[in-house]
Design a binder for this molecule. Structure first.
Ligand code: TRP
Length: 331
């Protein structure tokens, strides 16, 4: 049996080249030798205020991008989180096994509640418990996540072990994080010490997978570097240049060392910026073409999503019944 892998992205903002390099590319590569489930986590997205019409469009856009990037519904279970009601149900049950204290320590909650001012809703606080439910519903072995989600995954592991211990039974598989070796962290183009965020309100900070080529080149040309001229990898002292090297490596599937070989003796950053922009364009152009084809047939997309939800739901229900039975709910 293949190891079970589950991951998800929120339909918020714009899917970026950082999401591609840090997540999507690895998801695609895992499809053959893992039992892969990829969800669009729309219930997580509503912890932030959303315009209903925009949210609906964005959900279709993101699913079309999953498929355009190479997620194959014949190999992977692709579904929208809210289509599989067991997520919300297990989420509720797990609430009763998670502590206020541990949720209070989540750094993402602290960051977001700092930013969201008046809308510190309960869902925002509870977000990691729903994420634990996403993972634990499928007996997931490995969860590909970025560094920023490690703490949430740790919580899912704690909840799973706590539950198993309390009932003295292996009801949940305790999941392992799967953090890809390289290029997992692409930084903002203008502020290369912060992660490239798909929800950034400043457009110049990120490259969307759907940006037009001219715009991509322009964004890369104006990426922040430093006042030296030497191209070398040094995250601490040269975060901008290092990020360009990581980006170039990520989009051309090479290590930073390999990329550096092309720039021996090159002074200044102009060439590196243009080359990186062009490499991104070469990568995203075919993705954009497939995206437009897929996106133009919404009813075909709905069929794929329906099948994905049915497959996921069947598996999720088995696990949910096991949980309910364990805790004494009549099933
Ligand atoms: N919280 C994750 C993020 O923002 C998204 C997510 C929700 C997720 N449920 C998940 C990721 C389950 C992995 C597995 O990136």
């Amino acid at each position: 049996m293949k190891p079970i892998v589950l991951s998800g992205i929120q339909p918020s903002g714009h899917m970026t080249i950082g999401n591609y390099i840090g997540a999507m590319r690895n998801w695609v590569a895992m499809q053959d030798d893992h039992d892969t489930l990829f969800s669009l986590v729309d219930l997580h997205a509503i912890t932030v205020k959303q315009d209903p019409k925009d949210l609906r469009e964005r959900c279709y856009d993101f699913v079309a991008l999953y498929l355009a990037c190479g997620i194959d519904p014949n190999k992977s279970t692709v579904f929208i989180q809210s289509h599989v009601h067991q997520h919300a149900e297990l989420g509720w049950i797990l609430n009763c096994y998670a502590y206020m204290g541990e949720l209070n320590r989540m750094t993402q909650f602290k960051d977001k509640s700092g930013k969201q001012g008046k809308n510190i809703n309960v869902g925002l606080f509870d977000y990691p418990v729903l994420m634990a439910a996403d993972i634990l519903l499928y007996g997931t072995d490995k969860v590909p996540v970025g560094q920023d989600q490690k703490q949430h995954l740790e919580l899912a592991r704690d909840i799973a072990s706590r539950f198993n211990n309390q009932y003295n039974d292996e009801v949940f598989t305790v999941p392992e994080p799967f953090i890809p070796k390289q290029g997992a962290r692409i930084m903002s183009l203008q502020e290369p010490t912060a992660k490239m965020s798909k929800s950034d309100s400043i457009e110049k900070n990120y490259v969307s997978l759907l940006d037009d080529p001219k715009k991509i080149i322009k964004k890369l040309k104006s990426a922040v570097t430093d006042s030296e001229t030497e191209i070398r990898f040094d995250r601490e002292n040269k975060p901008g240049v290092s990020n360009l090297l990581e980006l170039m490596g990520g989009v051309t599937d090479r290590t930073v060392e390999e990329v550096l070989k092309d720039y021996e003796g090159v002074e200044g950053y102009g060439k590196l910026k243009i080359d990186t922009g062009e490499a991104i364009v070469a990568l995203v152009e075919p993705i954009q073409q497939r995206f437009h084809e897929i996106r133009s047939d919404q009813s075909a997309m709905r069929d794929i999503l329906k099948q994905g939800a049915e497959k996921a739901s069947e598996r999720a229900q088995d696990q949910l019944d096991k949980v309910k039975d364990t805790i004494g709910l009549i099933v």
